[in-house]
Ligand binder design. Structure first.
Ligand code: PBE
Length: 293
């Protein structure tokens, strides 16, 4: 019984191997552009990384289409092609768990279509300073590292819910959080609305800030929105704050539109980056390599 099962499995893998080998033969004469089907796997339309991808296509004169999808659809496509060692180009950013889970490289971007290294800032509606001074103080102090965010993202990736993941990080980093709340006047159930986005980076930072504000007595709600709407919500005072401003490059357009109506409290995380990424098993190194000769 066991032997038979084993034999059948071997036959199956041999078949899979032959098919894979045929597949390789078929694509060996193809250019990298053909192997990629002239496609860049993108995320939500309206994000900064998608806007910069359009700029890259223009700047590097690429004959590529960008498929808009979502972070989840993009990473699932990446996962299945990665398993087969098939070529793929994705819109990418760090901090993001995909760089931990897979061996990926950012393609060089000599024309800086994706800008350089940047920071994630905290942005509040100007009224927050007077109307919610305790929240303002905590938001102003909120600062963590890529490693901290990576820890929370790792928990989200494993399926832990946002609140539990945030509490886990806070418990482990009590001394850091104590500094954010030291001497801050507690409040009694004041409502505070955080705008955010559905990406793991935003879910992580927003969940942590939510819990810290709740510790000092706020009643916090979180609203996940599209990037421009997230900025607009804070500018119009529909939300009090967001901790997801990728600057100076990714959200340059939103900053330009809303800078007069928001207060930028500076970086809460330094060293973020966006770009196009490919698995390290691919032979290309630069966005330039996607251009046809
Ligand atoms: N991101 C993650 C978003 C914001 C957060 C970098 C993908 C973007 O606007 O591109």
């Amino acid at each position: 019984m066991n032997t038979k099962k084993f034999t059948m499995l071997s036959v199956t893998s041999a078949l899979a191997f032959t098919l894979a080998a045929c597949g390789d033969e078929d694509t060996s004469n193809q250019t990298v552009q053909e192997q990629l089907d002239y496609e860049i796997i993108g995320i939500d339309a309206g994000t900064g990384v998608m806007a910069s991808t359009d700029v890259a296509i223009e700047t590097y004169d690429l004959d590529f289409n960008v498929l808009s999808s979502s972070d989840a659809a993009m990473t699932s496509e990446l996962g299945s092609r990665y398993a087969e060692e098939e070529p793929i180009v994705v819109t990418a950013w760090t901090p993001h768990w995909k760089f931990i889970e897979y061996d990926l490289k950012f393609l060089d971007d000599p024309e800086l279509a994706f800008g350089e290294s940047e920071d994630i800032h905290t942005v509040v509606h100007p009224s927050v300073e007077e109307e919610h001074p305790s929240a303002f103080e905590v938001l102003d102090r909120f600062y963590w590292t890529e490693e901290d965010m990576g820890y929370v993202q790792g928990l989200l990736y494993e399926g832990t819910d946002d609140d539990e993941a945030a509490i886990d990080w806070i418990t482990d980093n009590r001394d850091v959080v104590d500094e954010w709340v030291a001497g801050v006047e507690p409040v009694d159930g004041d409502e505070f609305l955080l705008a955010s986005g559905a990406w793991d980076s935003e879910r992580s930072s927003t969940a942590v800030v939510k819990h810290v504000l709740e510790e000092i007595g706020y009643e916090v709600s979180v609203n996940n929105l599209e990037v421009t709407i997230m900025w607009q919500a804070v500018a119009q005072g529909d939300a009090h704050a967001h901790v997801a401003a990728w600057l100076p490059h990714t959200h340059a357009a939103q900053y330009e539109s809303f800078q007069d109506d928001v207060l930028d409290l500076g970086p809460n995380l330094e060293g973020a980056r966006i770009g196009l990424a490919v698995p390290t098993y691919m032979d290309i190194d630069s966005i330039d390599d996607l251009r046809e000769d």
